[in-house]
Design a binder for this molecule. Structure first.
Ligand code: HEM
Length: 126
């Protein structure tokens, strides 16, 4: 009798634990987007340990982990493909287009002025 009770208890605990880990596995990490003006974007230039952010069509992408970009410069580009800038126009001159960029994290949006930064979102400069 006791044996059956403890078995039931073990099964319940196991089910609860698997439910918890299942929840963890599928819990999506929610990251607030950053909203940066062109001036603020300039600090994410890949220099001195800064991330490498570029803007294209109003969206900001994090290219820090891209192997074709080193110290803020796109080593495959003969032109001004430099991190911390709006590269919408420069990208038009490349053969590969936006698809090479959108495989990297979309971290936020480029805004015209600080007044366009949504108040609800938390803005961190980390
Ligand atoms: C201006 C002329 C440019 C040239 C000639 C150029 C050329 C290249 C080449 C040859 C590669 C290697 C992969 C491939 O062969 O497709 C590459 C990769 C890449 N380019 Fe460019 N690029 C240019 C501009 C840009 C700009 C403006 C951006 C960003 C807005 C950009 C973002 C990237 C990224 C993120 C990758 C890596 C993609 C991956 O990991 O697969 N490129 N580029």
């Amino acid at each position: 009798m006791l044996h059956r009770k403890s078995m039931t208890l073990i099964v319940i605990v196991a089910l609860l634990l698997s439910g918890v880990s299942f929840g963890f596995m599928f819990k999506k990490k929610k990251i607030d987007p950053v909203y940066l003006t062109a001036e603020q974007l300039a600090q994410y230039d890949g220099k001195n340990g800064q991330p490498m952010y570029v803007a294209v069509d109003g969206k900001i992408y994090d290219l820090t982990k891209c192997r074709y970009w080193k110290d803020g410069v796109h080593d495959k580009s003969p032109q001004a493909a430099i991190a911390g800038r709006d590269l919408t126009e420069v990208l038009k001159t490349s053969k590969h287009g936006i698809k090479r960029v959108t495989r990297y994290p979309h971290v936020g949006f480029l805004v015209d002025s600080v007044d366009d930064i949504p108040q609800k979102e938390s803005q961190t400069d980390e």
